[in-house]
Design a protein around this ligand. Structure first.
Ligand SMILES: [Zn+2]
Length: 147
């Protein structure tokens, strides 16, 4: 497919790289590692190839870009003004896929935590990561659901 990225999307991608210095999922992994958590990454056996899988805590973490995963109400999520139909459809597909993957994981007994990219800007990073660690360790994983 041709380069359908609108200037808006391109500048989002540039901004993302600049404000983070490193990939958001790497920020989360490095933090978890420093706290002694052991995880698998991008495990293909699970729906959505989760960024982080913590078997001991039966917890899966997705680190989501606010634009690509449609972070509702977030200033980083704005529908592009050019190629509107293309983008609406594409982003909608992403959204549906996310909901499906999370649903599948929960049904088989995983707790799923979404970390949004905007929570990882320098200003909010430490607080967000500490909150994440607390969520992983303090809450009991959900009971296996019957279908
Ligand atoms: Zn966001």
């Amino acid at each position: 497919m041709a380069d359908t990225h609108s200037p808006q999307v391109r500048s989002y991608n540039m901004l993302r790289i600049r404000s983070m210095n490193t990939q958001p999922e790497e920020i989360v992994r490095k933090y978890l590692h420093s706290k002694g958590f052991r995880y698998r990454k991008n495990d293909k056996r699970y729906p959505g190839k989760p960024d982080v899988v913590l078997p001991k805590f039966k917890t899966i973490i997705f680190v989501h870009g606010c634009f690509w995963h449609c972070h509702e109400g977030c200033p980083d999520f704005v529908q592009p003004k050019s190629n509107q139909d293309y983008w609406r459809e594409k982003l909608n597909r992403n959204r549906i896929r996310d909901v499906e993957n999370i649903g599948k994981l929960r049904i088989i007994g995983w707790r799923v935590i979404i970390v949004w990219e905007c929570e990882l800007t320098k200003q909010h990073r430490q607080e967000s990561l500490d909150r994440l660690a607390a969520k992983i360790t303090q809450t009991a994983p959900p009971a296996k659901r019957q279908i």
